[in-house]
Design a protein around this ligand. Sequence first.
Ligand code: XIL
Length: 745
Amino acid sequence: MNKLTLSAIVGLMLCGCTASNEPQIVENNMADQGNEASLKSLAAQVNLSVGTAFETRHLQDPLFRQKVIEEFSQLTPENEMKFSYVQPQRGQFDFSKADQLVEFALENNMTVKGHALVWHIQNPSWLEDGQWSKEELAEILETHIKTVVSHYKGQVKYWDVVNEAFNDNGGFRETLWYNALGEEYIEMAFRFAHEADPDAILFYNDYSTEGMNAKANGVYRHVKKLLEKGVPIHGVGTQLHLTSDGPISDVSIARNIERLSELGLKTHFTEIDVRLRDGDGESALFDQAKRYEMLMKLAVFYPQVDLYTTWGLTDKYSWVPNWFKGYGRPLLFDENYQPKAAYNAVHQVLEDASAGTFSYQPATDLTLVQRYVQAFDAKALPSGAFDANAVVYYPFAYNQLGVRNQTVPKAENISGKWAVGYHDNQLIGQVLRHDDFTVTNNKQAHENDNVELFIRLGDKFWQFRSIVGQDFAAANFPGEIQGEWSNDGQQFDFVIEFDDYEDLVGETIGFNIALSDNDNTAEDSVRHAQLYPLSGSNIGWQGEEFGELFMNGQNAVVAAVPVALPPTFVAKSLTQKPVDAESSVWQESYHYSLAFNQLDKKDMTVSQDSIAATWSVGHHDNWLYGMVQRQDDITVTSMEESYLNDNVELFFQRGEELMQFRSTVGKDFEKIRYPHQYRAQWSDDGQTLYFAIELDKPIASGEAIGWNIAMSDNDDGKARRYQLYPVPGSNISYLGEELTKLTFE
Ligand code: XIL
């Protein structure tokens, strides 16, 4: 869906409705404490229903009843339409409780969403304990659905037809329905419901499916398949039982809404609650409000979302404390029916929406997602075979055996690149190495020429190693692993198949890969290089300092919260002030590579013969000092646009503002509005740069700033061939995005 079109539609909708509905709101809202418009009256103006879920017993509480009537335009029976309630004995239906709820709702102009026809829990024991043949269970399913839906024909607008049919990995949950009927039961359920009430709007409903993850992928794939078969399904509900401090990304949710919408499906927010840990104070209430607010913004922004339902009304009654030990207070009103920060936040969004001052737009453009060290991209491989043209090659850029000198000088006699793609639940990758001498006779496996892979899923990690010419494996890895070397030992192809996933689209996993080189044939010698794509201190085998690998399928969005933390770059406190690039004090600092070419989206590596570049920074008093070394045979400085010349750029953010310093080879930094001193000085041969930047305030040890450094190389006086960075990315540091971290030690 085109964002501009969409905002335009929303805009029009807002303007149109505000005018015509205004008098009605004023009337509705005078009724109660204050002149505040109710949630439902504001939401109505953007064609949104705000709902809540409860049981008949709650209607005995007069305050509860009053609040529901005032604020909500939709009701979901929290329990009393579930299988065990409406058909407690086979063939004996009991609608007494559910009828009361429906009657109450209709009397008060609320729509009803029936919940839930088919589920794996809250089923009666006759159903759970019976031994059913396939035919019998199909018959039970049909009778149940048709009886219940017919009973409420014309009264219940929406149905949750099937609830929670998928596992977190995207596969089908093994329920009593699935085990007997296979995945067909889902399709059957929708067809039965539609037959019983052709006007009812039918939903699939699940939890942890709001964003772009494996489970949501499973749901998406299945509903798509159902639609292709002509099954009557009209929308997908996402429950949204959240915690106040859990990771959540509006962009990821937005993408999911958009992909469902492209299939013609609505999205409903069906069971929102945001639980707090017992004892948590103000800041948790604030985080809670932020989550409710974000969801309301999405509901207002997307016309395809026309239901925003909270799973309860007051903290006095909620399923949370019983189901999640140590948690509570998940709703919009506190135990005394006072509106919480969350209520005010949601209310404000709706006020803005109805006043035409709503300006939110989810940043679904992938290039705008801000991230500390970009994830490596694994591309989709449609045929399931490695395809060098489909993937992105990345360099092995850092030698983690080099301690403080992590660069890979040509003299190391080893270099390489790697790429990974994915297909279904498989990672399919390749390592290409240039090595003139291969050692495989060392007594210690890791001291031989080898490739290692590190995978992290949550708090588990695995290490796989393959000595050149041999296969590899990891103990306890839940899946299949294969590796194969070419005869000359210069190419390694591997496949890692995960048992835990149905497919990997949109997944981000912790990832690292290492290439080791030993050139000494003594059986007890040690390797001289172990190359990684990211800097670090060689503790991948301890489960630390991982990068991330992102299965970048269509519409997928890397999670807002990284799954693994890559190392930061370090600026050492220097014992003396360096005066040029040759100062001996540079031996104290870390030296890093400029190895990722961000001008080539398919192969970020640098051809060996063309340019090599390293950098180092340190601090002394309140100055940042740095040096850059380049080996480059052709230097171009004649371009009118200075960024197209051979140059070095620094991106530096301490506090609010991003500073970008640029120095063309041979020249001082260009003048910028940085309020302190700064200076760049090149050696006569243009191969080394020394720079000094005065800082606004002294540096605290442990302080980290936003940072990047780039070297551009132009060889033909036309376009740059390379713009090299120390990490992968997409060349948008100049926008203040994709900065890495520089930590002062
Ligand atoms: C919960 C109810 O709130 C509880 O009262 C009951 O004991 C268990 O079910 N997903 C759903 C809802 O679809 O039906 C569940 O409701 C919460 C999780």
